[in-house]
Design a protein around this ligand. Structure first.
Ligand SMILES: Cc1cc2nc3c(=O)[nH]c(=O)nc-3n(C[C@H](O)[C@H](O)[C@H](O)COP(=O)(O)OP(=O)(O)OC[C@H]3O[C@@H](n4cnc5c(N)ncnc54)[C@H](O)[C@@H]3O)c2cc1C
Length: 417
């Protein structure tokens, strides 16, 4: 039996699990994908749908720790931390604060860029080769600023992205911005357009990609929760599920924000915190933007999809608190109202929240478990899981199959924690 003809069980049916299933099936593995709920109903469901190589910089930027401290307890802050006894969260925040320096930011940026650029290219190929029905569009992403001060300050970030990451943006001041995107209100300071970015409708991507992997022979088991691993020596022999054991030659754990549940059997520290974000999906307004928009001053993203229109973002560190906080949804609307002529309508298709799998250094974990030599982890993709999924899936398939690696996995190792 060649290494790439065994049975692999993937735990977790989000965008990362589906991408792993696709590339592993492509490499000749017999794949079973196990999901405790339904495919694509976790954080991958109604996110903002941006495939954004422009987002190389992690949340932990110089000055962010201090800025966060001064705003984070405000009720109208787009970034909030619940005040409660949670040693795991406070330890995570301390490590996050330590990473808010130029060297750590650049290191994380380079690590993320490898996955972002590879994924952007792979999506371009995949969407056409597999006829993925996901409303794929390549209109770039426009960062828009209300204040002259913030617009000018962004010039430093632009210079950094241009020189250190070869990511040039086109600058549009005042009227030129409105000429580019007439759905914006007049009087805004300006914007920066990243032409390389793309966007899609995430729920449609997941259902379409699911059909593709099923046609490739992947078995999907929904409403089947994994609660452990049956071991034989230093390897996993089977995955233990609510529907019995699934025998496996290899296992991939792709459980997003829930990955710390397997901390003990996986044998390493898995410092992933759930970073709760929200979105509101609506019918397209009459004056719908053509280009996806990001308002960094309010941390609001606007995604015009072919079949709808979405406002999203917010970052709430409150554990796995499952309440739909209406104040957060209102913040999205209030933020969009400052920039758009027609920010939202009365009809709502879906109000949603999801838990982003946040690591304190902004890099995902793509590595073998230190406790079981045939178990791999693909989790912790922070705010960019959709954008990094194809390269993650491809890298996992290469690691399991022992073939040439298209991206260096060293920055994503568990040993860094
Ligand atoms: C508001 C918002 C906007 C975002 N916008 C973007 C964006 O524009 N672009 C981008 O790239 N990213 C974006 N993200 C981030 C992106 O959504 C996540 O990084 C990504 O969805 C993570 O994918 P995942 O497959 O790791 O996790 P998930 O999609 O959460 O999948 C994990 C799955 O594992 C399952 N699971 C957990 N435990 C078990 C178990 N024991 N047994 C079986 N199954 C289990 C869960 O049910 C879940 O389905 C956004 C996130 C939010 C919240």
């Amino acid at each position: 039996m060649s290494q790439s003809s065994g049975r692999v069980v993937i735990v977790g049916g989000g965008v990362i699990g589906i991408a792993c299933a696709y590339y592993l099936a492509h490499s000749g593995w017999s794949v079973t994908l196990v999901e405790r709920d339904e495919i694509g109903m976790g954080c991958s469901h109604a996110n903002c749908g941006l495939v954004c190589p422009s987002h190389v910089l992690p949340l932990a930027e110089p000055g962010v720790a201090w800025k966060t401290l001064t705003t984070v307890f405000r009720r109208d802050s787009p970034l909030s931390i619940a005040l409660r006894f949670d040693p795991g969260l406070w330890g995570w925040l301390l490590q996050f604060a330590r990473r808010c320096n130029p060297a750590a930011m650049t290191e994380a940026g380079r690590a993320c860029q490898a996955l972002l650029e590879s994924s952007r290219q792979l999506y371009g190929e995949l969407v056409h080769r597999e006829s993925l029905d996901c409303e794929w569009e390549t209109r770039g992403l426009l960062f828009v600023f209300e204040s002259d001060h913030e617009m000018a300050a962004y010039a430093h970030t632009d210079a950094l992205l241009r020189t250190s990451f070869n990511l040039p943006a086109t600058r549009y001041d005042r009227d030129a911005l409105i000429d580019l995107e007439p759905a914006l209100k007049p009087g805004l300071a300006g914007g920066w357009h990243y032409a390389t970015d793309a966007h899609l409708r995430p729920d449609k991507l997941l259902s379409s990609w699911r059909r593709v992997v099923e046609a490739r022979g992947v078995t999907i088991r929904e409403h089947c929760a994994v609660h452990g691993f049956a071991r034989e020596g230093d390897a996993a022999r089977a995955v233990q599920t609510s529907a019995g054991e699934l025998v496996a030659d290899a296992v991939v754990v792709a459980t997003g924000a829930w990955t710390p549940q397997f901390r003990r059997p996986l044998g390493g520290r898995i410092p992933i915190q759930p970073g709760k974000g929200y979105s509101i999906t609506m019918p397209r307004p009459a004056q719908c933007p053509a280009i996806p928009l990001l308002f960094p001053e309010r941390r609001v993203v606007v995604t015009p999809m072919q079949s709808g229109y979405r406002l999203g973002s917010i970052m709430e560190f409150a554990g796995y608190d499952a309440t739909m906080n209406r104040r957060r949804l209102d913040l999205l609307k209030a933020g969009a109202s400052r920039y758009l002529r027609e920010p939202y309508g009365d009809a709502v298709d879906e109000e949603w929240f999801g838990w982003r799998p946040m690591t304190y250094d902004g890099k995902p974990i793509i590595d073998r478990s230190p406790a079981m030599r045939n178990v791999y982890i693909a989790a912790g993709h922070n705010m960019l899981g959709l954008s990094m999924a194809p390269a993650t899936g491809k890298l996992i398939a290469e690691l399991l199959s022992g073939t040439t690696l298209h991206v260096d996995p060293a920055p994503y190792s568990l040993a860094r924690f």
